[in-house]
Design a protein around this ligand. Structure first.
Ligand SMILES: [Zn+2]
Length: 146
């Protein structure tokens, strides 16, 4: 996808974002009242004991990703989402735990490094998921505001 294609798609999504956000909040409040808050599975990338991920400045990606995941979980729980933080060095096991927990949304947090010159963020989504693509586009744009 080119930058122009991305910007056009994001502009289209932003036009409906407010409505979608209001709808999502309404659904969230209804689900909380029914005791069924959205379940968000958070996977801090890599594994502190066996797979450090990127290393630099005396930090490992696994440790930084875990700290971010704990904070994200805290903030999401504070607004009514159910969260589970799980870090492991096997992707199959991570997906199994997420599916067993019956997550509505799966997020894996990484703090990748490459050649010291690379900058920016990456957002991936499952290739057959329109909802995933829309969420990825919205969060990708929000990451660039930070
Ligand atoms: Zn990583």
């Amino acid at each position: 996808m080119t930058r122009d294609e991305y910007n056009a798609l994001r502009a289209e999504l932003l036009e409906t974002e407010l409505t979608n956000t209001q709808l999502a909040l309404t659904e969230l409040y209804e689900s909380i009242l029914e005791g069924k808050a959205m379940k968000i599975f958070i996977n801090p990338g890599h594994c502190i004991d066996s797979d450090s991920g990127a290393v630099g400045f005396g930090l490992t990606e696994a440790e930084v990703a875990m700290q971010i995941a704990k904070r994200v979980s805290h903030y999401l729980a504070a607004v009514g989402y159910k969260t589970k933080v799980f870090q492991y060095d096997g992707l199959e096991e991570i997906v199994d735990v997420s599916n067993y927990w019956d997550a509505d949304l799966f997020v894996s947090i990484h703090c990748n490094a490459f050649n010291g010159a690379a900058r920016g963020t990456e957002t991936f989504y499952f290739h057959n998921s329109v909802e995933g693509e829309n969420l990825a586009l919205l969060t990708f744009g929000d990451c660039h505001k930070i």
